[in-house]
Design a protein around this ligand. Structure first.
Ligand SMILES: [Zn+2]
Length: 487
């Protein structure tokens, strides 16, 4: 007897020929399974199903019909069969089964600003003041609670791995906590509790900003982001250890927040690990960099040896043709965050030229202004349409590539993000039969589906989302509870 996921549509002709009554009455509703008896951690849920069947799955060669996926006890795919029917013990997944999505650029605490920065217009810089207000209120306990809810919300969007660009390190006034990595550890625990993988991108933040006069002193809130010096930062990073669910990368906040004399050292600490950096998000950054260093931020990073295949440049909005060529020549990945770039009026990145130069693209939610990775991915193509007046620069398969394998590679999980033997069993089943997706060619589902269509999410063989519900229960309630003390 096959097991039917909560989200599998009984009436769907492709859902294994199951009848409606079996699906609707044969299973306990998701809401009843959760609530008061919810486990405290998604990774403490019962032993997961080890085999799945989907009428459609996105294999490395693209959409494929009638696919069985089998994982071993370590949550790794050991068999991928095509053109077969489900067998006893398989969990039948609804719709299109995609590899898990990587949210390659997240600041979990920015979620506290959603829906609260839209009055009175404002700019990137006034938004930043509001962000500093929230940062000032967080401690390891409240951050763990908030990030657990935020990462659970990400899981509902199909995110199975998050790159947390982590710069809120220390206590008020910049005083280190007893464990100087207490905030980073809170993020690690939050991801594990929410059932998703995390790459902790520990961020160097050493100056209060850059203007034509040079680097500025840190303000009161920024002191919480900064280590005493680059050695203290390197020491703190060295104390972070990876685990089965966590990998450690590093980040340069931006050329605004790290004086050039420290960049080469950070490159050495990064060696062999992912290195992320905010790049040219606003014209003011380029102008200050030109005034102080006589070159663009891209050129400054390149001169200091920071650009290479392990580097991800986030935003890369305001680039010269020469910057684009440099990023391509160094094999850099660019992470685009379309909802944030629109929300903060950043501008439109030169996506087509970046691809032509050889850059790999991935997608990020950044400030969590929305939680919809599928929308972030298609936003890459939609923004390029707005910039150029042309359609089709980034094809639907290229958007799936950005969502899954490219995003995972950017975060130091190169084995993840594809449905093939040896990869982790990270699966996202997307309803292709909903009001939003009805009639969609399966090969174009990334252009129509959104978070509401994500029915099942499996991370390393373990079910984290079923029937569109997170195993931790009511995530809206969790978010409301964790946001309250920050107001
Ligand atoms: Zn960011």
């Amino acid at each position: 007897m096959t097991d039917v996921d909560q989200g599998a549509r009984a009436a769907h002709p492709e859902a294994g020929g199951l009848d409606r009554s079996a699906t609707e009455t044969g299973r306990e509703p998701a809401a009843t399974r959760m609530g008061r008896t919810a486990p405290t951690s998604a990774t403490s849920s019962p032993v997961p199903a080890r085999s799945w069947w989907g009428a459609q799955a996105w294999l490395p060669d693209g959409p494929t019909v009638d696919v069985r996926l089998v994982a071993d006890a370590d949550g790794r795919l050991i068999d991928v069969q095509t053109g077969v029917q489900p067998v006893e013990g398989d969990t039948v997944l609804p719709g299109m089964v995609l590899p898990g999505f990587a949210d390659a650029h997240s600041h979990a605490f920015h979620r506290a600003l959603r829906g609260r920065t839209h009055d009175g217009g404002g700019t990137f810089w006034t938004w930043r003041e509001a962000m500093y207000d929230v940062a000032a209120r967080l401690d390891p306990e409240s951050y763990r609670a908030l990030a657990t809810a935020v990462f659970a919300e990400s899981a509902l969007a199909g995110v199975t791995c998050v790159g947390e660009f982590h710069y809120l390190h220390h206590g008020p006034g910049g005083r280190p906590y007893g464990d100087p990595n207490a905030m980073g550890e809170a993020l690690r625990e939050a991801a594990a509790a929410a059932g998703i993988r995390v790459t902790l991108l520990d961020t160097a933040y050493l100056s209060g900003g850059l203007d034509a006069d040079g680097h500025q002193p840190l303000n009161e809130v920024q002191r919480r982001f900064a280590d005493a010096d680059v050695d203290a930062w390197a020491q703190r990073v060295d104390a972070l250890r990876p685990d089965a669910n966590t990998r450690i990368g590093v980040a340069v906040h931006s050329v605004r927040a790290v004086p050039a004399e420290h960049l080469a050292r950070i490159g050495l600490v990064a060696a062999g690990r992912p290195l992320h950096v905010h790049l040219s998000e606003q014209p003011a950054e380029n102008e200050a960099c030109q005034a102080v260093y006589g070159c663009s931020p891209t050129k400054l990073l390149d001169r200091n040896g920071l650009l290479g295949p392990m580097t991800t440049a986030v935003h890369a909005t305001h680039l010269s043709g020469s910057d684009v060529a440099t990023l391509g020549a160094r094999g850099v990945t660019v992470c685009l965050c379309p909802s944030t770039e629109a929300d903060l009026a950043d501008g439109l990145p030169p996506t087509g030229p970046l691809l032509a130069a050889g850059v790999r693209l991935c997608a990020g939610s950044d400030q969590h202004v929305t939680a919809d990775l599928l929308a972030e991915a298609r936003g890459i193509e939609m923004h390029e349409r707005l910039r150029t007046g042309r359609r089709g620069t980034v094809s639907p398969p290229a958007l799936v590539e950005a969502l899954s394998p490219a995003g995972h590679a950017s975060l130091g999980w190169p084995e993840a993000g594809r449905l093939e033997v040896g990869a982790p069993a990270d699966l996202v089943a997307v309803d292709d039969y909903s009001a939003r997706t009805a009639g969609t060619d399966p090969a174009q589902i990334v252009m129509t589906a959104g978070t509401a269509d994500v029915r099942t999410v499996v991370v390393g063989g373990r079910t984290v989302v079923s029937g569109g519900q997170h195993v931790l229960g009511d995530i809206g309630e969790m978010l409301n509870r964790s946001l309250k003390p920050l107001r």
